[in-house]
Design a protein around this ligand. Sequence first.
Ligand code: PLP
Length: 388
Amino acid sequence: MEIVKANRIKNLPPYLFAAIDKMREEAARKGMDIINLSIGDPDLPTPAPIIERLKQAAAEARNHRYPTYEGMIEFRTEVVRWYKKRFGVQLDPEQEVVTLIGSKEGIAHIPLAFVNPGDLVLVPDPGYPVYNVATRFAGGEPYFMPLRKENAFLPDFSAIPESALKKARLMFLNYPNNPTSACAERACMEEAVKLASKYEIILCHDAAYTEVCFDGYKPMSILEVNGAKGLAIEFHSLSKTYNMTGWRIGFAVGNASVVSGLGQVKTNVDSGAFQAVQIAGIEALQGDQSHVEEMRRTYQERRDILVDGLKRMGLEVEKPKATFYLWVRVPHGYTSSDFSVHLLAKAGIVTTPGNGFGSQGEGYIRFALTVGKERLFEAVERMSRVGW
Ligand SMILES: *Cc1c(COP(=O)(O)O)cnc(C)c1O
């Protein structure tokens, strides 16, 4: 028989990185030395105490059974402590926190809890592709909010038509931002909360990069805004903070009814995160945080090497205050894809074309700082040699 996929899969946006992937494989096969600056996954190992804690917890039989979908109360209580210390916001561990199997899991599931077919979801463009895809999976329609350089890569809320605001159930925001590495100050968060409150929109803030920050800058939580707890949920991840992307552990916090709606999806879809991983997660949050400081110093040094190098070549790029990405304007006469292909073909450097994150990403490429500094020096050297 012919195997036919469902429309929701058939209608997925085209995978824009396929051409680059193919070229990269080809170049590697020919023996070209590839510097891969396209990976949003830390190259550094998980700190040793977290691994040790996992080993112990994995050996305990009580952790071998089904976890609860909402997560261990010990993990949620530790999240509350960490949150209070980090953002000064008090949470209720019973009702305002849920453990996630990585924050992507929660982001992908939340539209199933709150979006009916035909409802709108406000989605940043460029943005993490999951917001758009998860919206469509739930039968919703994304309404794209352009993030433009003129507006510091923040949404221009005043440009969203009232008709869209009235039909919107959710709004996704993500600061510090992937892919633009922009940060949002309090005024932007307050405006978002005010707008969401006026139009009864649930605010979904993706906070995966709040701890990957430089020069003493401390990104804020949306829950620091007065009234946010009435309508917001914030997604956090241990992935980037503790180099734990493969472990699949994160959490969502915020409005109790929103958290409970997400929980209802989860009880019916998954059975929670492995308890040993949650116990290791407790170790991550409450243990010695000097690893986090070291992670910041490492990326900050890499950021400076690459930004300085790109600027010397005349490329337009800002020094980001957070995230391990650089969002770089492509030179005149190139599209995102052209420039990505050029860097790969001529210099063996893999980058991500900005249009893969949405149409507003056209004209940019994203560099990830997930390789060591020697390789970054090498990348700068090669790029200045080949030019464009
Ligand atoms: C990495 C990333 C996540 C997801 O991380 P998890 O490993 O699923 O916790 C979420 N949002 C953005 C913007 C990311 O870059």
